[in-house]
Design a protein around this ligand. Sequence first.
Ligand SMILES: [Zn+2]
Ligand SMILES: [Zn+2]
Length: 322
Amino acid sequence: MPRAVSKKAETDILKLIPAPRKPPARTRLRIGIHTSTAGGVENAAERAYRLGCNALQVFSSSPRQWKPTELGRSQCEIMTSLRAKYDLSPLVIHANYLINMAGVTPEFHRKSVEAFRAEVQRGIALCADFLVFHPGSFRGGTREEGLTRAAEAIDEAVDGLGIDSSNLKITVENTAGAKYSLGGSFEQVAELMERLRKHVPVAACIDTCHTHVAGYDITTREGFEETLQKLDATVGIKNVGVWHCNDAKAACGSKLDRHQHIGQGTIGLEPFRWLLNDARVAHAAFIAETPIDEPLDDLRNIDALKSVVKRKAKTQHGGTED
Ligand SMILES: [Zn+2]
Ligand SMILES: [Zn+2]
């Protein structure tokens, strides 16, 4: 589910936040937010920097149109140099929402494969690290067929693009677990990754809102620990390169995907404190996809995530490490 953006207020960070004189404070973790590319993909880097991010996620084309935006060569070069200048890493690309790699309708399937191929091409051109996509809907077939179709479609889409020699990882996101959607459980995410691993570099993206509404309890300390253990036993925590940090509007198990501001939803702030201070996930990037209801909501959500990060992460044995 995309984040909701208010049309009433001015939301462009370039207009709301002037260029800072010195770099905004960062934490030891990689924290970012889904950032608008309005005016060119390189503007996202400037927006992320002004928000105090050191990681970013973008759409590389319009998320709700089949026709892709052409990326100029210069845009890619500018993006790369801005990322180096502002220390923005990783670069995560979220794939178009229309894509359904598990679908049965031939025409739709063909469009999905073409659009996914273009996502991978742009991802490689931008030197991106992760291409996050939702595994799709298997409506009209069985879950097993959906998994097979998705894996085959991705294999077909990346053919000849040289993804193995790029940084880009095809990154499966867990979903809210709505009927017919693939990826509502960690097992399903792991299964798809397993099938993809033969063909492409893979990773996982775990969304806290999706996890919560899919029925995993992360709001109690015991539930949180149990959820991480389940994740490790299936997907493997080391394979989770990206965490989507979103609070939820709906209840645990509701399967309703509505994102909320960090700390203001049915998850609350504490689970984010546990997550961001857990040494097992410290290698990952933490990206918010929270709503924009008021100007500067992005800044508040980034600050909320940063505010819970302690200087040193706790290890499982209660010690500390850098
Ligand atoms: Zn969502
Ligand atoms: Zn997400």
